[in-house]
Design a protein around this ligand. Structure first.
Ligand code: BES
Ligand code: MN
Ligand code: ZN
Length: 502
């Protein structure tokens, strides 16, 4: 974690890297202009030589002009400064951190006289630091031979000339970043380290000190509850399943109706007896990404003491082939009493989520449920890695998710869903049981969602978010390196902030 510091003025003797903002057409901010004057026009000459015109999101790295002690200068393009928003600054913070991570201990960003922006200077500065913080996350636990020049060094982001009100905004964002980092950590850890019980242990250690109440159901509890669907998925593994429930209540009212978050936590998905091909199977360590997003969101909400009651439920199972594993064609009885013909043991996520959804509704009586799951490869075919797919029985809930996603750039795109009995729903009717866990190859993400919908009680607003693509990305972006994105944490934090507090 980086730390954020504040200063009224730039320390001319500081050897830290210095970042200055430039608007369209090479318009220097006041802080940049001061250096330009002191350095007799060297910034302007360098910008011209590099064809740098202050376009939004662009960075130009320079040797510091004569007279400055800075180790280097980064010019950061705002584009049309009057339109620069939180996202603009977040992305610049992220890009700057990525560039300096192994080079510099401190980055000083100068907001002096930044002028009129599309947001307040406090929001701009806080989000700049937030972007840097988010982008700085990495997992080095297993790299025992890092060379000095490969080690991360960036520790401090100093915001110069930012309004006093920046600190409170930055503090809150810091809590959210902690949630994102925790999700990325859980998702990036390999399957031999994170399995159902170790997921529980790591999450407990993290969330209990934040005031979150934790309940854990083991395989015996689940058997008593009749969770035959979830237990069927886990029966081929030597690592027994767990249901982890976290509760944060910042309302002061123990009876407040909670928002429920439910996450698919398949800690490793081999496919089971319907085994997956070897190539790329290592990616299935991410198959607990839904549970990771839920745990990370709880950390963010409790960390910033959100004034809402939110419960987070993770269905934790390892899907393995084994002499005791479930077979294609097996019929299981879910906690709801509905029976499922398991035609493909690799369509296991829905078999975990259905029992978790039933338990969540019985235990907490929520009016709104959002589930996160790396449920289908088909959603990656539809949306690639940019958007997550949303399936919802509620136009209102969809609208809220869409709006929240746009604010924090955790983007969602709505997908179709039939009413119960409608054409997509019929595709999962079974000839021998209440339903089968497999639809057609076509529309594979939709039939998965239809399956889940059969477990949602009348009157409950529900959205299923298929994050198979969004949970990890093969390429880096301003706020994350290639790999885990932490998708969902900022989305739900924003959703809660906009709709479930106060
Ligand atoms: N965990 C996978 C989905 C997945 C695939 C996530 C690729 C991330 C990347 C899920 O359990 C699965 O195997 N789904 C099958 C369903 C099929 C058998 C109906 C799929 O998508 O192929
Ligand atoms: Mn699978
Ligand atoms: Zn899976």
């Amino acid at each position: 974690m980086t730390s954020v510091k504040f200063a009224d003025n730039r320390d001319a003797a500081s050897p830290a890297a210095l970042l200055l903002f430039v608007g369209d057409g090479g318009q220097l901010s006041a802080g940049a202009q001061a250096l330009e004057t002191a350095g007799s026009g060297q910034l302007g000459r360098a910008m011209k030589a590099a064809n740098f015109t202050g376009k939004k999101g662009k960075l130009l790295e320079l040797l510091a002009p004569a007279g400055s002690q800075a180790s280097r200068v980064l010019l950061a393009g705002l584009g049309d400064a009057a339109k620069a928003d939180a996202r603009t600054f977040e992305d610049l913070g992220g890009e700057a951190a990525a560039r300096l991570q192994t080079l510099e201990a401190e980055l000083v960003a100068d907001f002096t006289g930044i002028g009129d922006l599309g947001v307040g200077a406090d929001v701009a500065a806080a989000h700049f630091a937030h972007g840097a913080e988010l982008r700085s996350w990495r997992l080095d636990t297993y790299r025992t031979r890092l060379k000095e020049e490969q080690k991360p060094k960036l520790k401090t982001i100093t915001l110069v000339g930012a309004p006093k009100s920046t600190a409170a905004i930055a503090d809150r964002l810091q809590k959210v970043a902690e949630g994102v980092a925790f999700a990325k950590e859980l998702i990036t850890e390999p399957g031999n380290v994170i399995y159902p019980q170790s997921f529980v242990d790591r999450v407990k250690a993290k969330v209990e000190p934040l005031g979150i109440q934790v309940t854990v159901l083991d395989e015996k509890d689940l058997a008593k509850l009749g969770a035959g669907s979830m237990l069927g998925v886990g029966q081929g593994s030597v690592k027994p399943p767990r249901l982890l429930a976290m509760e944060w209540n910042g309302t002061g009212n123990p009876e407040a109706t909670p928002l429920a978050l439910v996450g698919k936590g398949v800690t490793f998905d081999t496919g089971g007896i319907s085994i997956k091909p070897a190539a790329g199977m290592e990616d299935m360590k991410w198959d607990m990404g839904g549970a990771g997003a839920v745990a990370g969101t709880m950390v963010a909400l409790a960390g910033r003491k959100a004034k809402a009651r939110v419960v987070g439920i993770c269905g934790l199972v390892e899907n393995m082939p084994d002499g005791n594993a479930q077979r294609p064609g097996d019929i299981v009885t879910s906690m709801s009493g509905q029976t499922v013909e398991v035609l493909n043991t690799d369509a296991e996520g829905r078999l975990v989520l259905n029992d978790c959804l039933t338990w969540t509704q019985r235990t907490y009586k929520p009016k709104v449920i959002v589930d996160f799951a790396t449920l289908t490869g088909a959603i990656i075919i539809s949306l690639a890695h940019y958007y997550a797919g949303v399936f919802s029985n509620s136009d209102a809930l969809w609208g809220k998710l869409d709006a929240a996603g746009k604010k924090v750039n955790d983007l969602v795109w709505r997908q179709p869903l039939s009413e119960p009995g409608g054409h997509y729903d019929q595709l999962i009717d079974s000839t021998i049981a209440d339903m089968k866990n497999l639809g057609t190859r076509e529309g594979g993400s939709i039939t998965a969602a239809q399956f889940l919908q059969r477990y949602i009680d009348e009157g409950v607003e529900w959205a299923h978010i298929d994050i198979a693509g969004a949970v990890w990305r093969p390429k880096g972006a301003p706020l994350h390196d290639k790999g885990a994105t932490g998708f969902g944490v900022r989305l739900i934090d924003q959703l809660v902030s906009d709709n479930f507090e106060g």
